[in-house]
Design a protein around this ligand. Sequence first.
Ligand code: NAD
Ligand code: MG
Length: 348
Amino acid sequence: MSDDQNRDGQKQESPVSNVRRNVLAGAAAGLAGMVAGNARAQGAAAPLTQPGAAPPPSDPAKLYPHAPFASQPQPWPGLASRMQPRPDHGETSYKGSGKMAGRKALITGGDSGLGRATAIAYAREGADVAINYLPQEEEDAREVIALIQQAGRKAVAIPGDIRKESFCKHLVQRAVDQLGGLDTLVNCAGRQHYHESILDLTTEDFDWTLKTNLYALFWIIKAAIPHLPPGSAIVNTASTNAYNPGQIIIDYSITKAGIANLTKSLAKQLVPKGIRVNAVAPGPFWTALQVCGGQPMSAVEKFGENTPIGRPGQPAEIAPVYVTLASTEGSYLTGQIFGITGGTGIPG
Ligand code: NAD
Ligand code: MG
């Protein structure tokens, strides 16, 4: 499938040129608003969307939907727009305060899930943002491009498959060219596909996961470093599986342990260049990754219920950490892995 086709194989125009920003952003806000409404129905004290107001204190366990979730298998790579309930990426709730004014960020996996929440937050904090995603995810990506533009920032859409080194080099160069530089790199793209037994895990599958999660990270970081001025930040995305690996996602867990390890070594190496490197280690988050092969559907239906908070995280709940790690507020943070887990205490 070429870059200008959607998941049904139909021709599409360039995402940037064809964005109907107000319509799409309105649609995104409306759906996220449904999630907020759902959360309120489950006991949250007040909406998170009052202009100019901080959200009031609310019991975090009741703030968002919890299991049981509907069975909802999707073909890989999955679309956030087809999830029920639709994830909250902060479309209606995230408020910026200039923490990333003038910054230039490239976010892989920026169409959906944690990467999308980060893209929305960075734009509202004042950054210009380039997102990478797969061509099949154009529908989700268009909404993100519209939301970045609605925040008054430059949005750059760069679809393509990061399993190829040549594309990774091209991706970074296009981001640099179109943003006019680069000072923030968020590696959020990832592949998770479960196999009940290692005997079912083919070499092709193993290679697919390692290429997406580890090789691409290596290629993108190498391509980006020469462009990053002092004060830049790299934020990687590990997982609690780096520390407590799930038994049916062996290949994925290897990559997440590798990402956590690389984050620490690279942080030491890049201190002399003034570049900070950190990672987040999320627990269960309600994203498309889980419903297109990341978990058995029986586990999706119960997703997040084993955390102390008793529900999955929503992407909006992790975006502030990506902001802190990238912004100058985080100037003494490097070489660290930050768990956002709903209470499991991992890492630590
Ligand atoms: P997601 O499906 O919304 O995002 C993953 C993105 O990876 C996709 O949107 C896609 O654009 C990108 N991607 C996958 N293969 C690619 C390829 N070959 N080329 C280019 N892009 C590709 O799911 P998410 O949960 O937001 O995932 C974001 C990151 O968070 C991943 O690294 C994932 O491992 C990590 N993570 C997620 C959870 C969770 O519970 N959702 C937990 C721990 C870590
Ligand atoms: Mg996606």
